[in-house]
Design a protein around this ligand. Sequence first.
Ligand code: HEM
Length: 510
Amino acid sequence: MEMQYSSNENVNNALFFFYSVFMLVIILAGIRRRRTSAPIPPGPFSWPVIGNLLQLRSNPHIKLSTMAQTYGPIMSIRLGARLVVVGSSPKAASEILKTHDSILSARHISYTHPSSSPKLNKFAIGFAKECNEHWKNLRSICRAGLFSARAVQSQVKIRERNVANLVKYLHAKDGEVVDMSDLIFKLVLNIMGNILFSMDLFEFGPDENCSPGAQLKVLMAKFLNLLGSPNLEDIFPILHGWDIQGKQKMAKDIHEKMFKIWNQTLKERREKRNIIREDFLDTLLDIGFSDEQINHLLVELLLAGTDTTNIIIIWLMSDLIKNKNEMNKVRIELQTFIGDRFLEESDIMVLPYLQACVKETIRMHPPIPLLLPHCATETCNVMNFTIPKGSQVMVNTWAMANDPSIWDDPSSYRPERFLDSGVDFKGNNFEFVPFGSGRRMCPGLPMAFVQVQYVVACLVNTFNWFVPRDNDLDEVDMEEVYHLALRKKNHLELIPRAVNQWIEIMKIGE
Ligand code: HEM
């Protein structure tokens, strides 16, 4: 009996010994893992359920810049259930957009967007959830047909003709107040409409508000408003699939109405394939795209290309009006190299000061200050912090553009900082990435850069510009509003006065 008791005791002791060793191993492994796996980036306190949503309701680029001063160049916040990592320094931008580009270049898309459906996502570029074969194929089709040096060169006549139409219109309005924000939007939309499917969406003149462009403008604004307002499904994934706010349905209806604007053109073009036009629509038909594919791609390109370019032209004109010295330097450069004749697009190659002004304006007013939302496809380590799989990732280009440790006196308009500096926005200087960098970088940069320079060069060389109400420069407010893009809050109203009445504008662009 006693012997049986002592053998049980031995067994118990042995079990206890093995259990203790096992627990010790687990605890040590836990400590080791905690030491080796880095924490997620620091950030402000976030409320249960809603996270930091309320703090970011307006001007998130500014609020995030302020937070970055406390939490550092790589920090995290929560939007509802989603973890959002924000990079705000050149080092963080380079790690996100270059070093970890292959992991961090997926996209977060709102459920409001029709491209959030797996079927339509195959037709999207900017809203493609992953950098897959469909996305690669679309990007290379767009590069060849729209953005390569050859494609941009083939669009010269379209830009020259449309800018000439605007200049003629402004000549007729000499001395009157004109709404430049409205006119430039129409100009840019017309250029895009012609490049994409050879359609004049607007006529400058009395009937302009009945044109298809006027309807498209309203629809685009409605869609951007819809996309910019929160969708509860994005914040609380448990609601996914219910469309309780009806936003998916509204977005779908808006898209259908947009498609109708070029529906007839598309139909005719399919029927008469032998007529040579050689615009982008022809390229897509030649490749064999379906109507559905074409419609979704056209909407995406019109949205991506019109608003951004328009925003920059308006900011550049506002910056030059406000900064008389810089405006004079642009005028002197134009007089020296162009003189009194009307500009051709190739002339912009010889205008380095104007180029520096474009860069300075884009630095001060990056149209997409937080880039489009990236997403992590895998967990990765950035600057010794863990970015978990599925997190949203942003780069705050506005924070870097306003950082006094990067730019001398960042709030002053000083185009000279770009003359001979070698700093460019082509994605290699991470302190200045308004078009992004890496595989998701804006493919439209070459087209946008030419367009902005040419339009502004023509406007400045052909007219003197005055501010309504006694030419008081204080009347030109520079208030910004962030709504997916960073635009000028109030319309820019100016008075054009022709520099040379005798310029033969009737022949321009013909
Ligand atoms: C001043 C003008 C423009 C600016 C500042 C701008 C800026 C940007 C930015 C910041 C992105 C997102 C980059 C990222 O998420 O990392 C982007 C993407 C894109 N942009 Fe632009 N853009 C401009 C003009 C244009 C034009 C004219 C077009 C076409 C007609 C265009 C087409 C696109 C497309 C298709 C994408 C999505 C790329 C992708 O996700 O693969 N952009 N742009």
